[in-house]
Design a protein around this ligand. Structure first.
Ligand SMILES: [Zn+2]
Ligand SMILES: [Zn+2]
Length: 96
């Protein structure tokens, strides 16, 4: 969807610092996933109003969460999956 962070992230110092970490790790190669997880966790914690709705058809991940027997337990990882599209290309964001 968006290749650059959306406007709300530019107004948040934590978002910018964590996003800079994602870009740096993407170049260096080491710790890229950890940096993405850290930013995703921040988005879920501090920007709950900006968590995208569940993806429909075309997402390999969302249907699994949607049919989970214990919705409360998957709410967190599911939200972290959805916020990834704020800072990763859609194809990458929906892979996991
Ligand atoms: Zn933020
Ligand atoms: Zn999804």
């Amino acid at each position: 969807m968006t290749l650059v962070p959306p406007p709300f992230m530019w107004g948040c110092t934590s978002c910018l610092l964590l996003y800079a970490g994602v870009l740096r790790e993407a170049r260096v190669g080491d710790g890229a996933v950890r940096a993405q997880l850290t930013l995703a966790a921040h988005l879920v914690d501090d920007h709950p109003e900006d968590i995208p709705p569940p993806h429909g058809a075309g997402c390999r991940v969302c249907p699994g969460y949607a049919s989970a027997p214990d919705p409360a337990r998957v709410a967190r990882p599911w939200a972290e999956h959805r916020v990834r599209e704020h800072f990763l290309p859609e194809r990458t964001a929906r892979r996991w």
